[in-house]
Design a protein around this ligand. Structure first.
Ligand code: ATP
Length: 254
């Protein structure tokens, strides 16, 4: 059985259908990329999985996580899942951080809120997690005192705090300087590998997807038009849309 099994996911708003009968699954420990042009429905697919769709949008279909149905689950059940079983990293780290709280406390709170550690244990674990992302000295800093890349590393420490079974990353390096992107990608891949977590990785950057993901899904206007092992899809795209995405990208067959 797959860890995540999405069947016929539809996300709709007042203007119509935005994600159109999307189906895919992710196995335990598998790293899957979701690519597609701007507006193709990548973020809405991810937000639906997390139970975080913006107001005015609704979803239907089935999202089974470890056998349990998430569509129609109570907000209480979903928020219990978020931060423990499921974790999400967004493009802009400031959206995930509390500007008025010290970094160390934010990381520790992820664990105390979900009851995975007591306060003293969470404090110790927070220091270790920050150390792992190369930020041991920032526990007492506030988010505005850090660079964008450092903030995204804090977000990763928080995302990994409870060893999620599925990490969803939505363009996690797009807002960052090219020089720090590689570091963030490395932290994501080692983080999921060490914990045996699965990964759904959204990007419009095919080179990044090729370096991180074993399998890829291609979304076009809300529909999955192609999927398969990353190398196969990027080397010999079957769908004309994927070929166009490739032509527009800097990714080169190696
Ligand atoms: N809150 C909303 N209400 C109505 N329509 C929305 C809302 N959010 C997104 N959309 C529309 O849904 C479609 C898919 O959006 P989505 O953000 O999932 O695209 P995306 O593939 O993630 O794009 P990008 O790469 O630019 O982030 C777009 O046409 C977008 O305009």
């Amino acid at each position: 059985m797959s860890l995540l099994d999405v069947r016929d996911l539809v996300v709709a708003g007042r203007e119509g259908v935005l994600v159109d009968h999307v189906s895919f699954d992710i196995d335990e420990g598998e790293r899957v990329g979701l690519i597609g042009a701007s507006g193709s429905g990548k973020s809405l697919t991810a937000l639906a999985l997390m139970g975080l769709l913006p107001e005015g949008l609704s979803h239907s279909g089935s999202i089974r996580f470890d056998g349990g149905e998430l569509v129609g689950a109570s907000e209480r059940a979903l928020s219990r899942r978020r931060g423990t079983d499921l974790s999400m990293v967004f493009q802009e780290p400031m959206t995930a951080l509390n500007p008025a709280m010290r970094i160390g406390k934010q990381v520790a709170e992820t664990m105390t809120v979900h009851g995975t550690r007591d306060r003293a244990g969470a404090r110790r674990a927070a220091v270790e997690l920050l150390d792992l992302v190369g930020l041991a000295h920032t526990a007492r800093a506030y988010p505005h005192q850090l660079s964008g890349g450092q903030r995204q590393r804090v977000v990763l420490a928080i995302a990994f705090a409870n060893s999620p079974r599925l990490l969803v990353c939505d363009e996690p390096t797009t807002a960052l300087d090219v020089t720090v992107q590689a570091r963030i990608l490395e932290l994501i891949t080692t983080g999921v590998r060490e914990r045996g977590s699965s990964l759904l990785f959204i990007s419009h950057d095919l080179a990044v997807v090729a370096s991180v993901c074993e399998r890829v899904l291609v979304l076009d206007e809300g529909r999955i038009v192609e999927h398969g092992p990353t190398g196969d899809v990027l080397r010999t795209p079957r769908h004309e849309y994927t070929a166009r995405l490739l032509a527009a990208s800097s990714w080169e067959v190696s």
